[in-house]
Design a protein around this ligand. Structure first.
Ligand SMILES: C[S@@+](CC[C@H](N)C(=O)[O-])C[C@H]1O[C@@H](n2cnc3c(N)ncnc32)[C@H](O)[C@@H]1O
Length: 273
């Protein structure tokens, strides 16, 4: 029996989404049905551009809409405000970064992070076509986010966590870059707890966003372990038997307990000023 290493799996994901980006750049859609996140969806109603309302689609260049490969609408979930700094993990063709950049306005910043050069090039073109000046696209992996600690107000992501080969690292990194009290609003594919990893793999491929899905309980426990509170994972629509599009929300604990830090005693009147 041959096994696929994490590195090989990540490379397979990268190749697949580079193909999608090339297809969009050449004028077709992102390639639903050929191994992308909308694989197996005959009418693709559960993935991609149909998850955005007409008003949002009206704000976007056509290529950004066509490149959409998500399974939800994280910009709505994150409830962004003017002046905030937002980070989109696995930003693809840039649809959620462009929408976020508009929500946070010129005093805010929308970062997009993706490992696929072809997607980054497409996203930068789309942001330029949309007249966006406060979006920054970074190359890197979501398991090692190239941003400083405590620098982000909201982390969003659309159908990407399931593609990671090291999900605990992703959740730890999200917790690191968020400011205390910062929040996540993630759309992802999530399995019912009754399904074993083998049963999930039997319902779809890894690059198709099915086989790598965490279960609801695994997602909740992972966020808890990474230092989040107010954790919720809500199913929105079924994409395969026992596998759903889901909205994941959580808030970074305001005062994380950090091991090894000295305990600071309150100042006494004698020692003060
Ligand atoms: C299913 S597409 C979703 C794209 C976008 N979020 C959207 O809604 O259209 C997955 C994207 O995540 C990127 N990606 C997958 N795994 C990644 C990882 N470990 N680190 C960084 N980017 C990753 C891929 O290159 C691809 O652009």
């Amino acid at each position: 029996m041959t096994t696929t290493s994490a590195e090989e799996l990540r490379e397979e994901v990268r190749r697949r989404y580079a193909e999608s980006a090339r297809a969009v750049s050449e004028g077709s859609s992102a390639g639903c049905g050929s191994g992308s996140c909308c694989e197996g969806e005959t009418d693709a109603v559960n993935f991609g551009e149909t998850l955005y309302d007409a008003e949002q689609r009206g704000e976007l260049p056509e290529a950004a809409t066509r490149a959409s490969l998500g399974c939800g609408n994280p910009v709505l979930v994150a409830d962004l405000n003017e002046g905030e700094t937002v980070l989109d993990l696995g930003s693809g063709g840039g649809i959620d970064v462009i929408l976020s950049a508009k929500r946070v306005g010129e005093t805010g910043i929308a970062y997009g992070l993706d490992m696929t050069d072809e997607m980054l090039a497409l996203a930068r073109r789309n942001a330029q076509d949309a007249g966006i000046r406060n979006a920054i696209f970074l190359k890197g992996v979501i398991e090692e986010i190239p941003l400083p600690a405590d620098s982000i107000d909201a982390v969003i992501s659309n159908c990407v966590v399931n593609l990671s080969t090291d999900k605990p690292a992703v959740l730890t990194e999200i917790a690191r870059v968020l400011r205390p009290g910062g929040r996540i609003g993630i759309s992802d594919v999530v399995a019912e707890d009754r399904l074993s990893p083998e049963e999930r793999a039997g319902r779809g491929s890894y690059v198709g966003c099915i086989a790598g899905a965490l279960s609801k309980g695994e997602f909740e426990a992972g966020l808890d372990a990474a230092g989040f509170e107010q954790v919720s994972v809500e199913f929105t629509h079924e994409v395969a038997d026992g596998i759903h599009g889901a909205i994941v929300k959580a808030v970074k604990t305001s005062q994380p307990e950090r091991e090894g830090l000295p305990v600071i005693q309150p100042a006494t009147s004698a020692g003060c000023c």
